[in-house]
Ligand binder design. Sequence first.
Ligand code: PGA
Length: 248
Amino acid sequence: MKKIVIANWKMYGDLAMAASLSQAVVREEKLHTAKVSVVLCPPASLLFSVASHIGGSGVKMGGQDCHIQPEGAYTGDISANMLKQAGCQYVIVGHSERRKFHNESSRQVCQKATRAIKTGLIPVICIGETEEERTEGKTKDILAEQIRESIPEEAFSNDFILAYEPVWAIGSGKTPTVDDIREIHTYIESFTAKRTGIDKSRISVLYGGSVKASNAREIMATDGVAGVLVGGASLKEDEFCRIIAAAG
Ligand code: PGA
């Protein structure tokens, strides 16, 4: 199975950065194309620019969020179909920054994932516990609840990706130990398989949270880790190319 490396640019980037980073990623992906699938998720305003640079290469593109509805009077939002028309094949849904700053519930995340699938996009459904939940020993309960409520029935027979992103690891420089990642990913896989009836081999669980060039290889070599979702380190050309190389 190819490893999946997804870049989440968040609300960073401009046209010059989009051009040079996309071109560097295209060059790096070519060297490792048999072993890695790379997806860039720029902000909406840079989608067309990124698409123009990755066109014809193996690098794919995704949105960072989409609306539940196919269209409507929703100022500032973007629809799954708009992402698709811009050239996206993926969309991140339920990122903890959306859950936190936009009060998105797992139920809404589930509706977004449904819309994505109906539009022909592959949803990257994010789950993860907060620091407080972890300290209280609630990690598995929280993940189980998020899996139960965030994965739509449409996903049972269509492609989707899960991303385990412990909220306390995002942008903090802290990561769980490799043993912890293995344990949690194995748990997520089995719980999702039980809950959805999907064969375990079809369930891809990415790890996200302070992934960088120096820890990417070890994390991606861990059992149950299908790839990585990278924030901060995906904005640095050199660093991100080394993460791609670590998968290949
Ligand atoms: P980080 O972010 O790599 O900067 O920790 C990951 C994410 O938020 O997807």
